[in-house]
Design a protein around this ligand. Sequence first.
Ligand code: NAD
Length: 505
Amino acid sequence: MEHDRSNTQILGHFIDGKHVADNERTQPVFDPATGLSNKRVSLASATTVEQAIASAQAAFPAWRNTPPLKRARVMSKLKSLLEANAEKICALITAEHGKVTADAMGELTRGIENVEFASYAPQLLKGEHSKNVGPAIDSWSEFQALGVAAGITPFNFPVMVSLWMWPMAVVCGNTFVLKPSERTPSSTLFLAELALEAGLPPGVLNVVNGDKEAVDTLLSDSRVKAVSFVGSTSIAEYIYATGCSHGKRVQALGGAKNFAVVMPDADINNAVSALMGAAYGSCGERCMAIPLVVAIGDEAADAVVAGLKEGIAKMKVGPGNDDRNDMGPLVTKPHFEKVKAFVDAGVAAGAKLVVDGRGVKVDGHEGGYYLGACLFDDVKPGMSIYQEEIFGPVLGVIRAKTLTEAMAMIDAHEYGNGTCLFTRDGEAARFFSDNIQVGMVGINVPLPVPVAYHSFGGWKRSLFGDLHAYGPDSVRFYTKRKTITQRWPSAGVREGAVFSFPTNR
Ligand code: NAD
């Protein structure tokens, strides 16, 4: 349902340090807690995106030549501004995504850690130097900025995933055009205002809202040298193929279906509480969420199912801005319908629905997109709730006999983002982490999201490209290596023409 258009706020773009309107095409932004909308987001035309790219291109020469320490200091200032505005940022996230405020604060905090890492990045931009690689010849490698880089982000972490990208890109000397999700645009726009306040020159960071038209313009414009994408796998694959065909460097992080494995020797209470947060936190709308758990042996499986059932009975579902709630609504009505249809399909396929969240009602918020926690037992490979990413509060338990059997299931799955093993057995833990075909592994840690000074990325169809997001990999992603070999002719080392390949023989 939409409100009367006369009170509607229209969210535009942020180009060259200013808010820019382009209202030819707009679409509503909903509050998932109520199902109402009093905002619309502009969907940028190709011309508006080109304007943003031109602004970034114009800002590049001066920014590239700004000393790295000065670029990094903007990030120190930004960190303080993000902390000072934390409440406002979290309110903007919750109003469009629906997640509870404590979870929005978790997102912001992890985002700030990336800004903090970026403020130390000059250390990582140091080159490599070798003296006397030949007679009176010195050689060094340096890491030069690429030019204009672009970022395309998903709805589920509008602040954190944005902060995975542009702080490191700009500290490396690039300028940036960011295209946030059209479902959660406000918090990202506010970050751009704060970056300007922190001292980022106009044009170094531009934000364009939009859809496929904006994305396709970024992918095909030759001034854009690199594209970072985070979103679903089908779009990630498209971004990777299209960006690469236009000669760009691309990293495209996609979807996930993360398994936890509970061994019979695990601390079951600890595993159950970890699984509650990992499956139902953020309404399951996290790429590192755990939607499947393989329990080894019926005793462990029965205990896990009983513990989860008990935990779910205590959960409170309601608007994210009410601190008493553990879980908010799903992001949009179509997504709500899609997740509900997965639950229907699980029942039809013969999985046992132990807890059914489909009937949940939140008093006073009847139009909100609320789905209670759902728990399936006896999930089998081949069911859609096993194969596909649901991105909702739906957890399935699979019963297996051995760790080897569980690992074979994980390895056979198309995704390889995150996984976790609950055990007290060090040998099993080491075997699991060493051999499993997944990019991020937790041992008794359900959401092994690497900290800002490591890098984030999955394997298989969870990431297209070579380099992971943020951390040390982002320095390599946002720079290109140049190697310079230098000799200053001097009396002792003059030689005549040499026609053979240079060596040190
Ligand atoms: P999405 O793929 O629908 O959208 C992501 C971005 O792509 C948005 O900015 C959107 O506007 C744009 N987009 C959508 N359709 C497009 C098209 N046809 N052509 C060009 N651009 C298009 O993803 P979402 O629903 O916003 O986010 C949820 C997905 O993101 C889940 O699959 C989740 O697993 C994934 N995700 C992955 C990670 C990770 O690190 N691997 C992190 C967060 C989210």
